[in-house]
Design a protein around this ligand. Structure first.
Ligand SMILES: *Cc1c(COP(=O)(O)O)cnc(C)c1O
Length: 457
């Protein structure tokens, strides 16, 4: 019998590309609790949601019934410019680790923005254009979302204002340069261009900002600008829906070569790449067809799943956005400034939170220096400099592969490599110069964040 040969890179033919996104909400037997209007505390309606979001995105956000949602043809065409992304067998990493495990990664960094975020950005800009809007606002933390959205807005001729977390804007001036190259306007947040920004600056004059705060500013700006909407790059269910393209392509590639995975691993910031990556596999798990282990990896400095509360919370510091039932550290949680950016949001997407709460998925928290140790190992062995966020995933993959080495088990591990680290060289320098530290919040510090949780009965 011939031994099965798996190529280093598995690409898909055009005829194999997904034509619909996958909506996890439809397959969940027990749905997550609805988003609530922050003032009335009643479930948000389409009418309310569509004041902030584009109509079609508001519809997708509330869709709990349609499993497959067609990808508009124009979006499918754009995807062909940057997709399908390859599923790569990490032969070289396996060798370095001397592990019996088989490791595969889906690489989402093959576009200028350098991450998976373009998958949702292009869909969102498309729907905005179709609705006749002329401008969008958004927030960006590490900068990838702002970059991806600026590319999408340039493609559809929409104006864009990006509120960029101040510490990131200072650490990553080149992100700003790309966003501006694509025609976007960058404002470091908190800023004095909004009421909520001015209030936060007064309370915390030296703050490096946070995603929650940038969300508040971008939302306020959208509400006060005609023909403008706010768009998000993570946390919301419709973003996970668009990111399901990652998981759907992965599934086709695995099936094509008869690869039977044991484990899926990816990092969780607001949950979008993770939710999209695991979407078709969670379906199998919920329907009792498979027993995969599915692991979300978060930073020990911002541990919303492993140490957070499962409760209703605000999505933003300014308490403007709908209340979401999620794993959260409290919207008042301010991550430590020595955290190297990315994955620093206080909450977690409601689908991912509910799956975790119901035991379909696991979560682990990893420390920053260990993350960069794994990042360097991966960069040297596989030839790709990974984003710090993706390196959280790599840390856990390496640990799982080393566990296989100890036990002799031949597990098949599949992970999502969300992006490249070219804009995070300041963090790599800090690691190389031994100036990077690990910061783990104490229970007392976390309690301060929990104290900001709204009381919902
Ligand atoms: C934004 C980002 C993440 C985290 O965001 P999610 O919404 O949790 O996916 C992870 N990796 C990269 C490269 C990113 O840009």
């Amino acid at each position: 019998m011939l031994e099965k040969v798996i190529p280093t890179k598995i690409y898909l033919q055009e005829s194999e590309l997904p034509k619909s996104w996958y909506n996890i909400n439809a397959v969940m037997k027990d749905k997550h609790a609805p988003a609530l209007n922050p003032i009335t505390k009643k479930p948000v309606t389409f009418e309310e949601l569509s004041q902030i979001l584009c109509d079609e995105l508001a519809k997708q956000e509330l869709n709990m019934t349609d499993e497959y949602i067609p990808i508009p043809e124009e979006v499918q065409e754009f995807y062909k410019m940057v997709r399908p992304s390859p599923l790569t067998r990490a032969y070289f990493l396996e060798k370095v680790l001397d592990t019996p495990a088989e490791i595969y990664y889906k690489f989402e960094g093959n576009n200028t923005s350098g991450s998976h975020k373009l998958n949702s950005a292009i869909a969102q800009a498309y729907y905005a254009k179709k609705q006749g809007l002329t401008s969008l606002t958004t927030e960006t933390g590490a900068g990838q979302w702002g970059t991806a959205l600026s590319m999408a807005c340039a493609f559809y001729g929409l104006d864009l204002t990006v509120y960029m977390v101040k510490s990131s804007a200072e650490q990553k001036p080149f992100r700003k340069a790309i966003i501006e190259t694509y025609g976007g306007k960058v404002i470091p947040s908190p800023s004095n261009t909004t009421k909520v920004g001015r209030e936060i600056l007064e309370a915390f004059p030296n703050t490096g900002g946070s995603l929650g705060c940038a969300v508040s500013e971008a939302t306020e700006k959208a509400l006060n600008t005609p023909n403008c909407r706010y768009v998000l790059g993570s946390v919301q269910d419709h973003v996970i829906l668009h990111q399901s393209i990652i998981g759907l392509e992965t599934k086709v590639a695995l099936d094509k070569y008869g690869i039977e995975p044991d484990m899926f691993i990816s990092c969780v910031g607001g949950g979008s790449n993770f939710g999209g990556f695991i979407a078709p596999f969670v379906k199998d798990k919920i329907e009792g067809k498979a027993k995969y282990k599915i692991i979300g990896v978060e930073p020990a400095s911002c541990p919303s799943m492993t140490r957070g509360k499962y409760a209703y919370d605000f999505g933003d510091t300014g308490k403007i956005t709908p209340l979401l039932k999620m794993c959260t550290l409290g919207s008042g949680f301010m991550p430590s400034t020595n955290h190297a950016g990315g994955l620093r949001y206080h909450g977690m997407n409601p689908i991912v939170s509910k799956l975790y709460h119901d035991g379909y998925i696991d979560a682990v928290a990893v420390e920053q220096t260990k993350v960069f140790e794994a990042a360097v190992m991966f960069a040297k062995s596989e030839g790709i400099l990974p984003a710090p966020e993706s390196s959280h995933t790599i840390r856990e993959v390496v640990d799982q592969a080393l566990k296989c080495k100890e036990t002799g088990e031949k597990k098949t591990i599949v992970f999502c490599l969300t992006g490249t680290g070219f804009f995070d060289l300041a963090a790599y320098s800090a690691y190389n110069n031994n100036t990077m530290s690990d910061y783990i919040p104490t229970d007392a510090e976390l309690q301060k964040g929990f104290d900001t949780l709204p009381k919902i009965d």
